[in-house]
Design a protein around this ligand. Structure first.
Ligand code: GCV
Length: 670
């Protein structure tokens, strides 16, 4: 790693003054302890930002809560006073004073970052009047970083947390904490859910000191550190012959281990567990339920205030699905729904947004809101495993908005996914949202500079699910690339439709996959890695799609009504998911009046044309943005175009040969 890494949206380079300097010259703090680590870091940040952007060196003083001076007045209030909740804040500009109110240090920190954001966007602080409370209690990034420094599904270099099985803590770690705190992230899991090699388990004594240093550093930015856990650590690390969650010796081992861990690392938030999935061990081996496993650990960490986040990505990847009834999509719901209500209060089930695996288009997992008495967290993937490896541009926030807005019908009101995971539906506090994140040690953090919009956007959305995909870009672009309105418009023109563009040139109508096995980049129509029992898409010479209706695998019926009926019937199934739920003839006519086969041809040609348009728009930015950013994104666009053409040609020729139906427009199909 040579050179200095980017500061992304915290560049603090010179900005237009916009009347903002006066607000930052004098800062008074009332009610907060100035020596609290979070307060100190917030003030340090304010000074850095004010100096860098406006050349102002703020004077800081403890003041009366009724400030009569012009400037920034930071005031501690009681919780719920003026509707300010935990980790929330209000900002009000009046008569030359900008008042920031919060009931805790994290609220103060987020408020300061809000102020800096306004300055960075070259907007006027005099016009700020806002109350911000977080939508979700837990807002987490999940890293899939391995101890050897590699990253599972990482597309931006190596890990900045580990090298050669050792933990790295340096200036960049601090910058990372600042960056993620600035957008409201309050929890981070620093190691891959696939926890392998007992000698490198972070719950081993050999790592305690460094994990503790990391936890303290993050705590200074309001972020709780979490670790992924190997469920069979009793065997791998403890030398026992069992990991049965109900066996006393297993419980005793975990009790000893957790005591050791929490006593040395007091700031630890808890653990994330992937069990009984893709070769990971779990309670099923002992004939126990997922609830048995999760509750055992949860009870042990409870006295330390710890929580157990238990993933629902539990499925048998060796299933024989020749009978056309077995369906991986069913697995999450089938494995977890029966124990709804049995999970203890400090267990949260972390559920991937779709029932399969982060495809470009999937229905929402029926477990979200299917569970009515269990803490739930939504897991999305910002790392672009199936969405272009951060080579292809794919702005994911519109997809995340769709997921959050989905009505589950689990209750009469407050029944969207956003409601469920915020705790509004059930009145619970152990809830939230997590993203498998897209960072690495590349100097720009995310490989493709434009992929940082997803890093930023996920977190902002996690804090405020009401923000639109466009509003998020209106914040991210001026802070990260340019405040020029022309540049902002052009980059928005590229990013906003990019998810649909990616969908157009890859897999149509919700069918998913068709991607190179294991690597998950590039087209391979029959390439599903677990498809030795038949192709994933079930295409033959007559039609395509997986029948998940009541006549097929029955998956559609896992939803609450009216969703179940809507998906169950071809006529009411949303067309963008038609092939996920139904097997249809190629000649099936869509609402657009096109047949399915014609839709496949048209969308693939259109997808490539859209990439060409995106590239032309990007080219027009030459000279208006930093050269290095322009060139590096341009190079990736070249690869994206190649990829899009490959997909177009492979998909079109595959289905042309299968169906024998020609393209109505007679375009070349190779
Ligand atoms: C961390 C998919 C990915 C795996 C990942 C797994 C998971 O299968 O391809 O790399 O493993 O999801 O979410 O656990």
């Amino acid at each position: 790693m040579n050179g200095k890494w980017s500061q992304l949206w915290l560049k603090y380079d010179s900005k237009k003054e916009c009347g903002n300097a006066a607000f930052l010259q004098a800062v008074t703090i009332c009610g907060f302890d100035e020596n609290h680590a979070v307060v100190k870091n917030a003030i340090e940040e304010l000074k850095m930002g004010a100096q860098g952007m406006l050349g102002v060196a703020p004077s800081i003083s403890a003041g009366g809560c009724e400030s009569d001076k012009n400037g920034l007045a930071i005031v501690k209030v009681a919780k719920q006073e003026e509707n300010i909740l935990e980790e929330g804040y209000s900002l009000e500009a009046k008569d030359g004073t900008l008042t920031l109110k919060a009931c805790d240090e994290k609220g103060l920190l987020y408020g300061i970052f809000h102020v800096l954001r306004v300055v960075s966007m070259e907007k006027s602080l005099a016009e700020v009047n806002i109350l911000c409370n977080p939508s979700n209690p837990l807002r987490m990034y999940n890293h899939w970083d391995n101890m050897d420094g590699s990253i599972e599904r990482g597309y931006s270099g190596l890990s900045f947390f580990y090298e050669n099985n050792e933990i790295i803590i340096n200036e960049r770690t601090k910058d990372y904490a600042r960056l993620i705190a600035s957008v409201g992230i309050n929890g981070v899991v620093i190691n891959n859910v696939n926890v392998k090699q007992a000698a490198t388990y972070l719950i081993d004594k050999r790592y305690f000191q460094e994990v503790c240093r990391l936890a303290t550093l993050f705590a200074g930015y309001g972020i709780k550190l979490f670790l992924s856990l190997n469920y069979a650590a009793t065997i791998e690390l403890g030398g026992l012959d069992s990991a049965d969650p109900l066996e006393p010796k297993v419980i005793a081992w975990w009790q000893g281990k957790m005591k050791e861990v929490f006593e040395t690392i007091p700031n630890l938030g808890g653990f994330l567990v992937k069990a009984d999935s893709e070769g990971r061990p779990g309670p099923f081996t002992y004939g126990r339920t997922q609830a048995d496993g999760a509750n055992m650990l949860a009870d042990i960490v409870k006295p330390y205030g710890g929580i157990i986040i238990w993933r629902c990505f539990v499925y048998n990847c060796t299933q024989d699905w020749r009978d056309y009834k077995t369906d991986r999509a069913r697995a999450g719901y089938d494995n977890f729904i029966k124990m709804d209500g049995d999970y203890h209060e400090n267990v949260i089930l972390q559920i991937k947004n779709g029932p399969m695996d982060f495809q470009i288009r999937e229905p929402i997992s029926p477990l979200l809101g299917g569970l009515k008495k269990t803490n739930q967290m939504l897991e999305v993937q910002v790392a672009q495993e199936y969405t272009g490896h951060q080579i292809d541009v794919c702005y994911l926030i519109p997809m995340f908005k769709e997921i959050l807005n989905f009505k589950t019908y689990c209750k009469e009101t407050q029944d969207t996914v956003a409601d469920v995971i915020s705790g509004r539906t059930m009145g619970n506090k152990n809830a939230g949202i997590a993203a498998v994140i897209n960072t690495g040690n590349d100097l720009n953090w995310t490989g493709n500079e434009l992929a940082a919009a997803n890093l930023y956007g996920f977190a902002r959305l996690a804090y405020n699910t009401d923000l639109s995909a466009e509003e998020i870009l209106d914040e991210w672009i001026p802070q990260s690339i340019s405040t020029s309105s022309q540049v902002i418009e052009k980059i928005k023109r590229i990013l906003l439709p990019s998810r649909v563009v990616y969908e157009n040139y890859t897999s149509p109508l919700g069918i998913g996959w068709m991607v190179t096995p294991h690597e998950h980049y590039g087209c391979s129509v029959d390439g599903y890695e677990y498809s030795r029992w038949g192709t994933y898409h079930r295409a033959d010479h007559l039609g395509i799609g997986v029948d998940r209706s009541e006549n097929g695998t029955g998956y559609a019926l896992q939803y609450h009504e009216p969703n179940a009926s809507m998906y169950n019937h071809m006529e009411t199934c949303p067309e963008e998911l038609l092939l996920f739920f139904h097997h249809v003839p190629y000649t099936y006519v869509l609402k657009s009046n096109k047949t399915v086969i014609q839709h496949i041809y048209d969308s693939h040609f259109e997808g490539v044309e859209q990439v060409e348009e995106m590239i032309a728009t990007w080219e027009s930015l030459k000279g208006s943005i930093e050269d290095s950013v322009f060139e590096s994104v341009k190079a990736r666009f070249g690869r994206q175009l190649y990829n899009a053409k490959e997909w177009r040609d492979q998909v079109n020729s595959y289905f042309y040969r299968k169906s024998g139906i020609a393209d109505e427009k007679n375009r070349p199909i190779y």
